[in-house]
Design a protein around this ligand. Structure first.
Ligand code: G3P
Ligand code: CA
Length: 347
């Protein structure tokens, strides 16, 4: 799992304390969305077809795909451009690591990658023994594999047909600059796949996301016009210095020239130093809404190691963000809980 550095003191601007004040929102309650983060990843290994089908059945409005590219230019659904925290690549392909000891997706063909077994995410130092989230699906049980972006879209579109549903996709282009440096334009390839499956306009049920602001601009200004596309774009934001300008005064208006929404770390919205009785909230949601942007923060996890101290339960955490802060959607590993909270879906 990617570790993010927090530079909290540099991000304090316009913070306010709230207790239980309802705020305005860009979306009506009925328009708010549950995004299944890497599928129903709280219950099954992330980004497996099983986790995606479970998320669909649990009532997610959108299902997320993190996307990286293989040696033979295939788009696969994996969170990292490394293989060594969710597969058995070390024992299957010994010696194929780079000098940094890591096994890169881009150094393997799709056929090689699909020969691997996928497991619950583990701590790399534990050599596959220790899960990141101890109470989730056990490590190295059952049989899961890596699939392509096209295969996942076909799953979701197939379920939309067979159930009469209308669940959307929420692809994230991972490390576009890394791929460009390796001679591969992953963003163009993702757009071509979306177009091939009918996602071309802002009215289509897709949000295309990336952390890379330069590439978001390139997608907006160059790649989409060249392909005759105009899908909704989301700028992801980490809680670190690189994104400070976006949360500083006026920054969000610059983002709004290219994006339709933002996907911020939850700590950019509610301070992790908040208490149950005193929430310190930033002006980011209000500023984004004023700029016409939807706000879909990440990541909502009910695992005890991931719950913020200011929320006494997962439902209280959802209440804070949906009803007090007024976000338009959440990325969550537990889409059933969020769907029940938001849409009152029967258990
Ligand atoms: O894309 C939203 C959220 O998934 C970003 O974090 O690292 O889980 O992709 P990450
Ligand atoms: Ca993601």
């Amino acid at each position: 799992m990617k570790q993010r550095k927090t530079s909290w003191s540099t991000l304090i601007f316009g913070w306010v304390i709230i207790t239980s004040i309802a705020t305005t929102s860009a979306a009506l309650a009925s328009d708010k969305v549950v995004v299944a983060h890497r599928g129903a990843s709280g219950y099954l290994p992330e980004h497996t077809i099983a986790a995606k089908a479970m998320a669909y059945a649990m009532g997610a409005d959108y299902i997320e795909q993190d996307i990286v590219m293989t040696m033979d230019n295939q788009l696969v659904v994996l969170h990292d451009h490394h293989l060594d925290q969710v597969t058995n690549v070390q024992e299957t392909f010994p010696g194929r690591q780079r000098s940094d000891g890591r096994y890169y997706v881009i150094d393997f063909t799709l056929e090689e990658i699909q020969s691997l077994r996928v497991t619950e995410r583990y701590n790399i130092a534990s050599h596959g023994k220790k899960a990141i989230f101890a109470d989730r699906f056990p490590i190295n049980k059952s049989r899961f594999s890596v699939h392509t972006l096209a295969e996942e879209i076909e799953l979701i579109q197939g379920l939309n047909k067979s159930t009469g549903g209308n669940v959307g996709i929420y692809p994230e282009i991972k490390s576009p600059q890394f791929h460009l440096d390796e001679g591969k334009d992953i963003s163009e390839a993702v757009l071509k796949t979306l177009k091939a499956y009918g996602y071309t306009d802002k009215t289509d049920k897709v949000f295309l996301q990336t952390f890379d602001y330069s590439d978001l601009k390139r997608i907006h200004d160059t790649l989409m016009p060249a392909l005759g596309m105009q899908v909704k774009l989301v700028q992801l934001m980490e809680n670190n210095k690189a994104y400070q300008w976006m949360v500083a005064e006026g920054g969000i208006d610059t983002v709004a020239k290219y994006a339709d929404g933002i996907g911020p770390d939850i700590n950019l919205i509610v301070s992790p130093f908040s208490k149950p009785e005193f929430l310190f909230t930033s002006s980011l949601v209000a500023n984004a809404h004023a700029a016409g942007l939807a706000v879909h923060p990440y990541t909502f996890r009910k695992d005890s190691i991931a719950m913020p101290a200011y929320a006494e339960s997962f439902e209280i955490l959802l209440d804070i963000f949906f009803n007090q802060v007024g976000v338009d959607g959440v990325f969550t590993d537990f889409p059933d809980k969020a769907a029940i909270f938001l849409h009152n879906t029967p258990e």
